[in-house]
Ligand binder design. Structure first.
Ligand code: TRP
Length: 334
């Protein structure tokens, strides 16, 4: 029997290279060995986008196409829409008794997000909503309603996973051993830096290359990427290890060319413009098969809907079965 793995994505924008190198490539590998549930977390996305329902709806389909484009195989992975599984919402309510409000306020991931969303939640988080504060509880329901054993997430999500494990332990203590305590799957890849040298590539940071970016957009972004500030003239020697252009070359450029890039940069025999042009070329080549695959789905939106329906139906059946056991344990199986 394959182990169950579950992860989720908030549909608030397209996938970028950070998602691909930090997570997507791993998902594509893991789909071979696990029973893989991939949640499009529209309900969670609404917790901080409740005023933008169109944005969330639009991105459910965008992100699904992105996932299919990078090689997620819908025959192997159950891609489903969170809001179509009401058992998740139901379980969130049951779990809400097992978590204290102060524990949620102390959750580092929640704290961090609240401080980043001042326009939504106020300077000190005084306008935080009940829904946003409680999303870790809902995320615990996401995972456990499918008996998720492994959760591939980045370090920023660890406090959420720990919160989930606490809920599971508390539930099992009170109502009996019904739930599985999920574990993190450590990513074998590391977080991708932004074009500006920021530690993280992110949509809101404005330093990301999206998988759907056209060649002109990619060219503009790469041309503005941060290089060694000491290199002013074309023949100045530079340090590739502090240059974002070289950093991205390492991801998409073949070994021979990469060596040349590194040497010439150090020797002062290559200009940054040429170096950026070569990177743009290689990035475009790298993204071509992804874009080609995406195009098939763009031209066939019904196929995307069918894939989501199938994944959702499968997920729904599992959630129903597990919910029955949960309700029995809680003595509410009337
Ligand atoms: N919170 C996750 C994020 O922002 C998305 C998510 C929703 C998730 N449900 C999940 C991740 C369940 C892992 C498991 O990226």
């Amino acid at each position: 029997m394959k182990k169950t793995i579950l992860t989720g994505l908030r549909p608030t924008g397209n996938l970028h290279l950070g998602h691909l190198f930090g997570a997507g490539i791993n998902y594509v590998k893991m789909q071979e060995d696990y029973d893989f549930f991939l949640e499009i977390a529209d309900v969670q996305a609404l917790t901080d986008n409740f005023e933008n329902p169109e944005k969330v709806r639009y991105n459910v389909y965008e992100i699904t196409k992105d996932l299919l484009a990078i090689g997620i195989d819908p025959k192997k992975v159950h891609i489903f829409i969170q809001s179509k599984i009401p058992e998740i919402a139901e379980l969130t309510i049951f779990y809400s008794n097992l978590v204290t409000v102060s524990r949620l306020f102390r959750n580092p991931t929640v704290k961090n997000e609240v401080s980043q969303k001042k326009e939504l939640f106020g300077n000190d988080g005084e306008s935080i909503t009940y829904g946003f504060l409680g999303y870790p509880v809902s995320q615990a329901a996401d995972i456990t309603v499918f008996n998720g054993e492994y959760v591939p997430v980045g370090d920023d999500q660890l406090p959420l996973l720990e919160q989930c494990r606490e809920i599971v332990r508390k539930f099992n203590n009170i109502y009996g051993e019904v739930l599985t305590e999920p574990q993190q799957v450590l990513s074998t890849t590391s977080r991708l830096k932004g074009l500006d040298g920021n530690e993280k590539m992110g949509k809101s940071l404005g330093n990301a290359i999206f998988l759907v970016d056209d060649e002109e957009t990619i060219s503009k972004k790469v041309m503005a990427a941060v290089t060694d500030p000491q290199k002013i003239k074309k023949d100045d020697k530079a340090n590739p290890n502090i240059c974002m252009v070289y950093y991205y070359h390492k991801l998409v450029t073949k070994e021979d060319q990469l060596k040349t890039v590194c040497q010439e940069c150090k020797n002062g025999t290559r200009g940054c413009v040429q170096c950026k042009k070569e990177l743009i070329n290689n990035l475009n080549q790298f993204l071509k098969p992804i874009k080609d695959r995406r195009k098939q789905y763009e031209e066939n939106p019904n196929l995307v809907k069918e894939i989501l329906n199938e994944g959702t139906n499968y997920a729904k059946n599992i959630a129903k079965e597990n919910m029955q056991k949960i309700k029995e344990a809680m003595k509410i199986d009337y």
